[in-house]
Design a protein around this ligand. Structure first.
Ligand SMILES: [Zn+2]
Length: 247
């Protein structure tokens, strides 16, 4: 066990409440792409001469649904991704009685699959779907598509979409306030797998008033926040070295 892992373990053991603030890097070890790396979603779109901010926007969905729902996807992402060591460890901690609160920028729901009970999804999730006209909710396996492969509501022909926040859309009301409260009332903040370049997520960390801040990321972050411990590496691999037994 390296000194850094030992320090992280000690901080986790001593913390009363942990805010875990995660981004795409938390799920890459589950086979899901991040955004800005060589194999990231934005990079892939740019290689196809597409502007991510345009083709992943509400406006593009409304104006060109046939393109929005038929975007070429050259990556092989798993249909049912599985939680990795990071998701599983956090859920295990909570099960053992630790007050773990998760704020995630991811939409994959892997923290909930792992068993975490307090998960704030800043950007929504891709497990729930609703009709944009009437608001009816549809489970994935009941969604019908028209001849252009656009998911359609059988009642009013409205477009059915996932509950994810697209470019040009605001976060759901209340989500940011809940995240701020969690930040303000936790005593250990772990920032993991995020480049923290996007607002309002980026600003959230400034609501933290607790004792210790840990950053786990493949590349260093430039934060105007006092950081106690920085570990460079893959998030799941680092969490796989921790123990939940001493909590
Ligand atoms: Zn409808």
């Amino acid at each position: 066990m390296t000194t850094q892992i030992e320090t992280l373990q000690k901080l986790i053991n001593e913390a009363k409440s942990i805010a875990f603030f995660g981004g795409a890097g938390v799920s890459t070890e589950s086979g899901l792409p991040d955004y800005r790396s060589n194999t990231g979603t934005y990079t892939e779109l740019e290689q196809q001469q597409l502007d991510p901010k345009k083709v992943m926007s509400k406006r593009f969905l409304m104006e060109h649904p046939e393109k929005f729902f038929n975007r070429p996807n050259t990556r092989k992402t798993p249909l049912l991704p599985k939680p990795n060591a990071a998701h599983l460890y956090l859920a295990e901690l909570e099960k053992k009685g630790k007050d773990v609160r998760i704020i995630t920028q991811n939409v994959d729901g892997l923290h909930q699959v792992a068993g975490s009970k307090l998960v704030i999804e800043l950007h929504g999730n891709n497990r729930h779907f609703h009709c944009m006209k009437c608001g009816r909710e549809y489970p994935y396996n009941e969604i019908q598509r028209d001849e252009q492969n656009i998911p359609r509501c059988p009642i009013d022909n409205g477009i059915i979409r996932a509950d994810v926040i697209l470019f040009g859309e605001n976060l759901k009301p209340g989500v940011l306030d809940r995240a701020k409260k969690i930040m303000a009332s936790s005593d250990l903040l772990i920032i993991a797998g995020t480049s923290l370049t996007v607002n309002p997520s980026k600003n959230l960390i400034h609501y933290f008033e607790g004792n210790h801040v840990v950053v786990i990321n493949k590349t260093p972050l430039d934060l105007d926040l006092t950081v106690d411990l920085t570990i460079e590496g893959a998030v799941g691999e680092i969490f796989s070295q921790l123990s939940a037994s001493s909590i």
